[in-house]
Design a protein around this ligand. Structure first.
Ligand code: AHR
Length: 503
């Protein structure tokens, strides 16, 4: 049976955990907005047409920020289509997802939803088909109290208080040839820097995110980051990372090691940020916003869901509705551990996405909503990972993967909240056939009891929650989690994710 040991000591702090690490993402894509968060005819709909059952689940998930409105969608979006009287809003072709956008929901409505869900709004500006002026117009509409044409327009549209949006993405995945208005790193870097300078002139409180690479496999990865940072370093606060993973038949072990790829991705981007920083005077820091991450069976979209007929532009089609397995949830838990492990560099992140579209929450029109398997590690980590991340060195056996070489069988991350006297240990057993035992030396944190120990696992690693069986998979008590003197001993089933909270 594999064994792992580690020491949790509050002296070894990696960094403070920013709540923005627990963000998510709602794009105008498929049924994320329409028939997702918004369904005016639904039995639970509130006065604005938002499903209250979904809002409750978003609150339970513990989401901090929500990125909006895209994604690829934003690169062709005219934000002003989504404001003012609904009956006058245009119906537009969304080229990114080959859909018809009715614009029933726009900035003011979404900001209302975000407040109801208790989340912070993070907006993206269109730097695909648009530029500096339109970004400024949107910022004026969103953040200026009143007295100018666009701020007065917001007031006239029924939102007297400014939205006060702090986080702004300067475009989306501009390195990707699929992106409307895709540019070279040089061209994007110049445009992002100009837009950032202009936005700060209008509202110095904004925190700006420049596009990094769409994934680590992009042929321009590394060079893109360096060039974009050379243009923007003094103007931005974050550089973005995006990554999606999926299981390939016959390679469950490789899939479970996906967080190793995320670790390497973050460390490479952090090194590039440090390189560009070293070349200039001043101490300005640029953090990482990992504002798209998840498991996504992207081939299924291209091979099965994608509509391409130029005469057919569906409204809110059922696309990217991946149904997640136990193994997917173990990977999602592991990816969150990777983000926590880099809390000193990653200070914002967005699980992509939130409702129906590669999402932890699913809905049926006129019917119920339910939690996917991936809901559970996210909700638990968001609730328990407080304070700071502590550095841990895990001694364990390794196994071999084709994609990432030898990787540890057991992964672990620890967090510590000194003021609350709480410590949390998150563990993953990547073995596909053996349980693992773990001993954690916790003498340093002085814990006296196990407050909670939950595990996500199942004899069928491909079990899922569906409309017909919405509660098939859930968290279970950890088979064994015992605090014995200063040592926490935990038993982890094969292919499992565990959270242990100590007081
Ligand atoms: O989240 C789905 C899509 O993935 C987003 O629109 C895009 O930014 C990324 O490629």
């Amino acid at each position: 049976m594999p064994h792992a040991s580690l020491t949790v000591d509050p002296a070894f702090v990696v960094g403070a955990i920013d709540r923005r690490l627990f963000g998510s993402f709602v794009e105008h894509l498929g049924r994320a907005v329409y028939d997702g968060i918004y369904e005016p005819a639904h039995a639970t709909a509130d006065e604005d047409g938002f499903r209250k059952d979904v809002i409750e689940l978003v609150r339970e998930l513990g989401v901090s920020t929500v990125r909006y409105p895209g994604g690829n969608f934003v690169s062709g979006y005219r934000w002003e289509d989504g404001i003012g009287p609904r009956e006058r809003r245009p119906r537009r072709l969304d080229l990114a997802w080959h859909s018809l956008e009715t614009n029933e929901i726009g900035l003011d409505e979404f900001a209302r939803w975000s407040a109801k869900a208790g989340t912070e709004l993070m907006l993206a500006v269109n730097l695909g088909t648009r530029g500096v002026q339109e970004a400024l117009d949107l910022l004026e509409y969103a953040n200026v109290r009143s007295g100018s044409t666009l701020s007065d327009l917001r007031v006239a549209n029924g939102t007297p208080e400014p939205h006060g949006v702090v986080l702004w993405c300067l475009g989306n995945e501009m390195d990707g040839p699929w992106q409307l208005g895709h540019r070279s790193a040089d061209d994007y870097g110049k445009l992002a820097a100009q837009t950032a300078r202009a936005m700060r002139q209008l509202d110095p409180r904004v925190r700006l995110i420049a596009c990094g690479s769409s994934n680590r496999q992009m042929p321009t990865f590394g060079a893109w980051e360096r060039t974009v940072l050379e243009h923007t370093y003094d103007e931005i606060d974050y550089l973005s990372c995006h990554a999606y993973y999926h299981e390939t038949p016959g390679d469950l072990g490789g899939f479970l090691a996906s967080p190793v790829d995320m670790d390497r991705f973050i460390e490479s981007v952090a090194a590039t940020i440090d390189h560009v920083r070293a070349l200039r005077p001043g101490r300005r820091r640029v953090d990482i916003s990992f504002d798209e991450w998840n498991v996504w069976y992207v081939d299924r979209y291209h091979e099965e869901d994608k509509v391409t007929d130029p005469q057919v532009w569906p409204v809110a089609p059922r696309i990217l509705e991946d149904s997640y397995t136990v193994a997917d949830a173990v990977v999602v838990g592991g990816l969150l551990m990777s983000l926590l492990r880099h809390a000193d560099r990653v200070t914002a992140a967005s699980l992509a996405q939130l409702v129906n579209v590669i999402a932890p929450i699913m809905t049926e029109p006129g019917g119920p909503s339910w939690r996917q398997t991936t809901f559970f590690p996210f909700a638990t980590t968001s609730r328990l990972a407080r304070g700071v991340t502590l550095a841990v060195e895990v001694e364990t056996t390794t196994y071999s993967t084709e994609a990432y070489g030898d990787v540890p069988v057991v992964d672990a991350v620890a967090t510590h909240d000194a003021s609350a006297g709480e410590t949390a240990v998150f563990l993953v057993n990547r073995s596909v056939d053996s349980a693992a035992t773990v001993s954690v030396d916790v003498r340093g944190v002085g814990a006296s009891s196990v407050a909670e120990a939950v595990t996500l696992w199942d004899d069928d690693v491909h079990a899922r929650n569906t409309l017909d069986h919405p509660d098939r998979v859930g968290l279970r008590p950890t088979p064994s989690a015992v605090l014995d003197g200063g040592t926490l001993r935990v038993e982890l089933p094969p292919v499992s994710w565990t959270a242990v909270s100590l007081r």
